[in-house]
Design a protein around this ligand. Sequence first.
Ligand code: SAM
Length: 221
Amino acid sequence: TSSPTASAVDAYLNSKILHPSFGADESLARGLQRADEEGLPRIAVSPQQGQFLSVLAKSIGAERILEIGTLGGYSTSFLAKALPPHGRIDTLELEPKHAKVAQANFLDSDLYPFPQIIIGPALQSLKKLSQPEEGAYDLVFIDANKDQILEYFLEALRLTRTGGVIVVDNAIRQGKIILENNTNEDINVSGLRKLYDWVEKDQGKTVLMSAIQTVGGKSWE
Ligand code: SAM
């Protein structure tokens, strides 16, 4: 017999352990459909990855979350649902069209706290952001263009509390991160390598970092 595929395993896990606040929330599926209809790329996190973000946020008692890369707001919804009602979630997006779809999805989901979308190039938006008056961000999810990951990470450090969590998506690039001669060809890979170089130089003074190779319905990442 052939081995089960990663997609089939994801389907099994979704049927078993997706929390009802996600699994039974039809607005999440409608949100993906709306994104499809509007021609947005299918590059949102998978349900298990979204739920993992939720687990992380809950486990540190996050009250303030910052996201870089909104797309149709799918991951934003998983993060928002992990927040207490007095929480706050800000999400940065370059494309007004994506932001419009995300806004429609947030309204459809009746999210509370309601995410604030900040439109524009994320680095510009980040430079203008300060730590929220209520306190620094507890969790930052970086999931936008990969060539500026280090810049986003450094801004995230500035905006995050000590003991906070910064999640960087697509940290493996199908393994290409170990191919040195790839650095000039693929800005996505070289952007990530800059982050790993920074962490190497940091020598554990600022961050404790772990990078995990995952397999799932969205392939190897
Ligand atoms: N986090 C989303 C999810 O899982 O549902 C997926 C985000 S998608 C992978 C990346 C998003 O980053 C796209 O919507 C893209 O338009 C946005 N983006 C790309 N370059 C950007 C930039 N310079 N500033 C802000 N957003 C950017």
